[in-house]
Design a protein around this ligand. Structure first.
Ligand code: NAP
Ligand code: G4F
Length: 341
């Protein structure tokens, strides 16, 4: 019997890597896409037309659409990756974020409960759940939650409703609590991709400087390609459970900037503090990085550092790509794009 996966958020960073991974394991992969006025399928363009790859229009806010799709497709595994996933933007669109990222998860679980209750369900939970308790780092499955944004609060609801459906209805419903994972396919408004794209443009003479928000924030950054394998492993267990996937390393935004510029041979020298902090080319003295308050958030998550011991022990999962190789991969990809543009 062929495994059949239904993936929400298939046009996103993780959805595209997961689709490739599942196709390589001979799954039939069904993805839900939204209608856009301009195409949104750039990350999965190379998969369109492949055998075993199918796309369906839908939306996490449309429960009858979700029920129809689950009834028609009869998936063996459902990966819920769809979300309004930008933490900063969730402060601008808090209600919408709650509808999609929070209640959307309930709608999908209900569609499964009523139409394919033996399907295994993966929920894309997040280290943003840990949010505001930096003293608890490194954070594991046992660390208390304290979300600091409308996004984090919506994901908290999604986490608990997933656990609740597992306990109430005996669904195989599992949470992957994933720390930040990045790639050349990362959205351009997340800090890592914003930095690597800017470095490539500055190096190519097409941009003067890079403006950022909080340089002191620390994140546990891994490679998205490694993490989608972890998602799959979570659903291959006999019993549904919740797992942290992380690298166990943390770096500041400032360090990410330094390593990214170092990839193109530029050393950054910092001067000033807070909003006055600036990064200069140590050799030429040219201003390359400054801080703009408009990128600050009303509330910030200062430190994320994951403890992936449970995933390592039970799933046999470990990140393969280290921090420097991740930055290098992203810089090389953005340099290639600049060269071809
Ligand atoms: P992403 O690149 O922002 O992709 C989000 C996906 O959700 C896109 O395919 C988007 O479709 C879709 N989507 C948004 N609203 C939707 C709606 N109303 N109905 C249906 N689809 C909708 O996110 P990602 O980085 O791949 O992350 C995947 C999931 O993991 C998200 O749930 C995110 O919150 C979570 N997560 C991510 C990380 C990380 O570091 N990347 C860490 C922990 C958890 P369009 O293309 O149509 O906009
Ligand atoms: O790249 P970010 O926007 O990612 P953030 O907020 O950590 O959220 C990402 O990871 C979560 C997992 O922990 C996911 F659940 C979520 O869906 C998303 O994928 O920001 C990282 C840090 C923040 O502290 C932010 O304040 O970088 C800081 N930052 C500094 N300057 C900036 C900027 N972030 C952005 N996006 N843009 C800036 O200019």
């Amino acid at each position: 019997m062929q495994n059949i996966a239904l993936v929400t958020g298939i046009t996103g960073q993780d959805g595209s890597y997961l689709a490739e991974f599942l196709l390589s394991k001979n799954y039939a992969v069904h993805g839900i896409i939204r209608r856009h006025s301009t195409p949104c399928t750039e990350r999965i363009e190379h998969l369109i037309g492949a055998e075993n790859f199918f796309l369906h229009y839908g939306d996490l806010t449309d429960s009858s659409n979700l029920a129809n799709l689950v009834r028609k497709i009869q998936p063996t595994e459902v990966y819920n990756l769809a979300a309004q996933s930008h933490v900063g933007i969730s402060f601008e669109v808090p209600e919408y974020t709650a509808e999609v990222t929070g209640v959307g998860t309930l709608k999908l679980l209900e569609a499964i409960r009523q139409n394919k209750p033996d399907a295994k369900f993966y929920q894309a939970s997040t280290s943003e759940l840990f949010g505001g308790l930096p003293e608890t780092a490194p954070q594991s499955e046992l660390t208390p939650f304290y979300p600091k944004s409308p996004y984090g609060a919506a994901k908290l609801y999604a986490y608990w409703i997933t656990k609740n459906y597992r306990e109430s209805y005996n669904l195989f419903a599992a949470n992957g609590i994933l720390f930040n994972h990045e790639s050349p396919r990362r959205g351009e408004d997340f800090v890592t991709r914003k930095i690597t794209k800017a470095v490539a443009k500055i190096f190519s003479g097409k941009q003067e400087k890079l403006s950022l928000g909080n340089l002191n924030a620390k994140r546990d950054w891994g490679f998205a390609g490694d993490y989608v394998e972890g998602m799959w492993k979570i659903l291959q267990q006999d019993k549904a459970d919740d797992f942290v996937l992380a690298t166990g390393e943390t770096h500041t935004v400032r360090e990410f900037v330094e390593v990214a510029f170092a990839e193109v041979g530029i050393k950054i020298s910092w001067r000033g503090v807070g909003v006055e902090e600036k990064g200069y080319n140590a050799e030429t003295g040219k201003l390359l990085v400054d801080v703009n308050e408009k990128f600050f958030r009303p509330a910030e998550v200062d430190l994320l550092l994951g403890n992936p011991a449970k995933a390592e022990k039970i799933l046999g999962w470990q990140r393969k790509t280290n921090f420097r190789d991740l930055v290098k991969m992203m810089i090389e990809s953005d340099l290639r794009s600049e060269k071809n543009s």
